[in-house]
Design a binder for this molecule. Structure first.
Ligand SMILES: [Zn+2]
Ligand SMILES: [Zn+2]
Length: 235
């Protein structure tokens, strides 16, 4: 009987699994990727600064020691390189929403979900939300928090200003562009909370830093960043 159940289980696994997202091989894992493709992904190295997740042989890099960001820690999965960069762009701009599941599972293996009280997906301005149709960070956060839905908070913080997309700006302009962008709802419970901000990509970290600053000013006791991929060059 047990054997039969097991057979059925395997049968349905096979039936339901989709081809690898990258090479279209039949045997993809729950992540949607086959093992050889998973092995070849641009995983972040182990030797990273715990605060900004840039390569560093010490626990915290000199940059974070001399000019610390407002966030206390940063967890990422990948370096923002091909093919992760292509998958993230397909997800965001090609509306391939099913990729959210793969990113959520990959993040789940990397981030300390049990140590934070609240997960806040990077807020999107309502105008941009209307244009894109979904908030890419929220969809990943929703799946990541599926079993602890009380941790997900997507309405305490609003993005106030609709400004040029960061991707078109120099890093100096990005820093300026990010200032004073976020507001916290008066009714929100941020005080004393350990908060993770979830975003898909971290480049200069200007938006994450500005949101971390806003959350700290609103009384958060700890803020960390969870990101699918980050660029490895310091701006
Ligand atoms: Zn593959
Ligand atoms: Zn650092």
């Amino acid at each position: 009987m047990n054997k039969r159940l097991k057979f059925n289980h395997l049968f349905f696994d096979g039936l339901l699994s989709s081809p690898c997202l990258l090479c279209l091989a039949a045997n993809s894992s729950a992540l949607g990727l086959c093992q050889p493709c998973l092995n070849d992904l641009p995983w972040l190295p182990d030797a990273l600064c715990s605060q900004c997740a840039l390569p560093c042989t010490d626990k915290v890099c000199g940059h974070c020691l001399s000019d610390p960001p407002y966030f206390d820690a940063c967890y990422g999965v990948f370096s923002y390189q091909f093919p992760i960069s292509a998958l993230l762009q397909d997800y965001k701009y090609g509306s391939k929403l099913h990729l959210a599941r793969s990113f959520a599972l990959l993040l789940k293996n990397r981030v300390p979900l049990h140590t934070v009280d609240t997960v806040i997906p990077m807020p999107m301005h309502p105008q941009r939300l209307k244009e894109r149709g979904f908030n890419q960070a929220l969809e990943i956060a929703r799946l990541l928090c599926a079993e602890q839905a009380q941790k997900l908070d997507f309405d305490s913080v609003q993005r106030q200003k609709h400004r040029p997309a960061q991707v078109s700006l120099s890093w100096q302009a990005r820093l300026k562009n990010s200032k004073g962008v976020f507001t916290v709802q008066a009714s929100s419970r941020i005080t004393g909370q350990r908060i993770a901000i979830l975003d898909d990509v971290m480049t200069t970290g200007a938006s994450l830093n500005e949101l971390a600053k806003t959350l700290k000013q609103a009384g958060a006791s700890h803020v960390e960043c969870w990101i699918v991929a980050r660029t490895l060059a310091r701006p």
